[in-house]
Every structure is written in structure tokens, then in C-alpha cells.
Design a protein around this ligand. Structure first.
Ligand code: AMP
Length: 384
């Protein structure tokens, strides 16, 4: 009898599905990706079904040819997730996805689980916006409750005088997706904790990551986050565990946090592998991608310890000349095979060092060779 390899179905065919496929192969796991776009970059490394997520017939056929389904994005239409879950195990479960798809439900959940958040208020009408401003104060950020990511669907208000402009920018989305006004937090640091929970409840985290965003998009990560009091690491892990258990979560997720006055505030939870965990591919004993595959297929989880301190540069819009990274023994190049386009994540590079001092000097010199000194500066300063 021939051996049957498990097949992991992935909804969404971007770079996260591509890196999941690459991590699945050594485990003997095949992937099958579904995406609406024929040029989805995961299709370059494994089989791709081109279908709309609203195409129930295509999704039923897809469900019939895989053992487990997972996602590379969180805004999976609820009907698609439910339709799949009726046919095949889906991890994370549709109810865990739903809890993180709406910023209002998500922040409410954080507070119920004992994780503070920026003050917030729902906004459905122009009058609600004035009320929300009086409750939350300014500066503040108006965000769409659903379907926003990477800083999209957001408007920053410096004072209440910006209310009309904010409504002009996002008011039309109020009816379709709902809006939320959040207090703007002048945070000291932005951190994320990457966590994984297995089908058997085994729970692990990678060390805290420090992140810097440009225009709402991740530009740079450092792991482990340098100079962080151990209490913050302990608190972050406790919050991640509480949320994972509350949602009966299976797979990898990222909890994005602000540090303000030495305390953690919850920003959002991404129910999937996450950009701020890309450093784990070379920097940890088991990457976020491999542990996600293991978790959703019910395999034992791997060690989340690190090989050394890491820095990850994101490439947005276009890629620099890769030569400086390709020539270095301690740096790793990732080209997602995507067409360059403004604001699009097209690749990343990770530097792994033996200690923080070495990382600082290697990040400096590699960034200079790439022409990315400005992007790397916060990491160089934080490691100094
Ligand atoms: P989000 O899509 O909500 O994660 O927002 C993208 C980025 O915008 C975050 O990573 C922060 O850098 C920034 N941001 C979002 N919400 C806030 C807030 N309430 N206060 C300060 N900065 C924020």
C-alpha cells in the first residue's frame, strides 16, 4: 500500500501561504492553496486552485481534497469558513477567526481577559463620532472595525477639528463595516508576542519581538526585544495564553502590544502566522511556519528557543539589490516572487548574530550596503 501524505489546505495564496508551503515540505506535508488570483505567489511553490472564496462548489471540492484547512489571512468570509468547517477540520476554528475580525469585539475580548487596551468607542454615525471624541479624547485614530490591516482604513485626528475630515475619509465605510475611535497611544515601544497552541493544548511562545512601523506597515523587527523587563515578557505570555485558551485556539497567532508607562496595552491579535515572526525561519529552532503546520495537523510542537538575536527588514514596494545579503553568511534573503507595487510586501531579509553587539554592527553594515540605513536606524539605536 502506498503511503498517503497529509494535505494541508490553505485559504489565501500570499507570502504567508508560500512560507507555510516551504515549511510543510520537510514534514512530508503537502499543501493545496486556494486564491482568487491566478498569480498568487504561493502558486510558485505548490499547487494552487484559482477560485473565488464565495464559490461554494469550488470550496466544497477543495475541502474534499485536503485533510485540514487553515488560512493565510484573517478576513476570511464567515460563510466560507463555516462551509469548510462543515466538511473538514478547520484551524483556527471559525469562531476564533470571528473574534479577531472585528476590532470592537477583539478589544472587548482583550478587556474581558484582563488585557488593557487604548480607550475606544464604536462609531456608526457622524453624531457618534462627536460622542466618541468626547469620551476618548484626542489625539485619536478612527479605524474601520473590519477589513482594515497594515494601517489601511485608518484616519488620525489631532484635534476634534479633524472630525469632518475623518468622517469624509471613512464615513462611507461606517455602514458596511462599522468604525471604532481609539485613543492615540504615544507608546514607548511596540511589541508582539508570537504564540502557538497545539490541538492537545500544548502552548508555546517565541521571545518577545520589538517592531517599528512606517505608515502603519511593519518596517523592522528585533528579536528578542532588547532591554525589556522580564515582567513584560511574563505578562505578554500570560495574556497570549489566556486568549488562546479562551478561544480554544489551534495554530500560530500574534498578539500586538503597545508599551506605555511600562505597562502593556493590547492593539490587535492576528489569527495566523505573522510578519513580525518571519525572523523565526532562521532565528529560532522551529519557525512559526513549521509550528503552525505541526499544530493544525496535530503533530508535536517544536522548540521555540532562539539560535541568536535577529533583525528582520521588510521590503515594501520593491526589493533592493540582494547581493549584500546573499554574500553574507549571517543574513538570509526572502523574495516573495511578487510584482513590485507601492505599499506591497515583496520580501524581507533576516540577520542572525551570536550576540547583540555583533547584531548591531552587522545590521549597520548590511543596511548601508542595501541603502536602507534609515530603515535600520531604530534597531541600531535600540541595540546600542
Ligand atoms: P493596526 O492596523 O491597528 O495594527 O495599526 C497599524 C499601526 O498603526 C500600529 O502597529 C501602530 O504603529 C499604529 N497604531 C495603531 N493604533 C494605534 C493607537 N491607538 N495609538 C498609536 N498608534 C497606533
Amino acid at each position: 500500500m502506498s503511503r498517503r501524505q497529509p494535505v494541508l489546505g490553505i485559504l489565501g495564496g500570499g507570502q504567508l501561504a508560500r512560507m507555510l508551503t516551504l515549511a510543510a515540505a520537510p514534514l512530508g506535508v503537502r499543501t493545496y492553496v486556494v486564491d482568487g488570483a491566478a498569480d498568487a505567489c504561493a502558486g510558485q511553490v505548490g499547487p494552487l486552485l484559482v477560485a473565488d472564496y464565495g464559490d461554494a462548489e469550488a470550496l466544497a471540492g477543495f475541502a474534499g481534497s485536503v485533510d485540514v484547512v487553515t488560512f493565510d489571512f484573517e478576513n476570511v468570509p464567515a460563510e466560507a469558513a463555516a462551509g469548510l468547517a462543515a466538511r473538514v477540520p478547520v484551524y483556527p476554528a471559525p469562531q476564533a477567526l470571528a473574534a479577531t475580525q472585528d476590532r470592537l469585539a477583539e478589544k472587548t475580548l482583550f478587556r474581558e481577559c484582563g488585557l488593557d487596551t487604548p480607550d475606544f468607542h464604536p462609531v456608526d454615525t457622524r453624531a457618534d463620532l462627536d460622542l466618541a471624541i468626547s469620551r476618548v479624547g484626542t489625539p485619536a485614530i478612527l479605524k474601520t472595525r473590519r477589513l482594515g490591516y497594515d494601517g489601511k482604513g485608518q484616519f488620525r485626528l489631532r484635534t476634534s477639528d479633524d472630525a469632518d475630515a475623518a468622517w469624509a475619509a471613512l464615513g462611507r465605510q461606517a455602514q458596511a463595516h462599522g468604525l471604532i475611535l481609539e485613543a492615540f497611544i504615544p507608546f514607548e515601544r511596540e511589541l508582539s508576542v508570537l504564540a502557538v497552541r497545539g490541538r492537545d493544548g500544548d502552548f508555546r511562545t517565541w521571545p518577545l519581538t520589538r517592531n517599528w512601523h512606517t505608515d502603519g506597515v511593519l518596517a523592522l523587527s528585533l528579536a528578542p526585544a532588547p532591554n525589556i523587563p522580564s515582567t513584560l515578557q511574563v505578562d505578554a505570555v500570560r495574556h497570549a495564553r489566556t486568549l488562546a485558551e479562551r478561544l480554544d485556539y489551534v495554530g500560530v497567532f500574534a498578539l500586538e502590544l503597545f508599551v506605555r508607562g511600562g505597562k502593556l496595552l493590547g492593539n490587535e491579535m492576528a489569527p495566523r502566522v505573522h510578519n513580525s515572526g518571519h525572523w523565526t525561519i532562521e532565528g529560532a529552532h522551529t519557525s512559526q511556519f513549521e509550528n503552525h503546520v505541526r499544530a493544525v495537523l496535530g503533530m508535536p510542537l517544536g522548540d521555540t528557543g532562539i539560535r541568536g538575536p535577529c533583525a528582520m527588514f521588510n521590503f515594501i514596494g520593491n526589493l533592493p539589490d540582494p547581493s549584500p545579503v546573499l554574500k553574507a553568511t549571517d543574513a538570509h534573503w526572502h523574495d516573495y516572487g511578487k510584482e513590485p507595487r507601492a505599499g506591497r510586501k515583496v520580501g524581507h531579509a533576516t540577520v542572525v548574530a551570536k550576540d547583540a553587539d555583533t547584531l548591531r554592527s552587522r545590521v549597520s553594515s548590511i543596511a548601508e550596503a542595501l541603502g536602507r540605513q534609515e530603515q535600520a536606524r531604530p534597531a541600531v539605536d535600540a541595540l546600542g
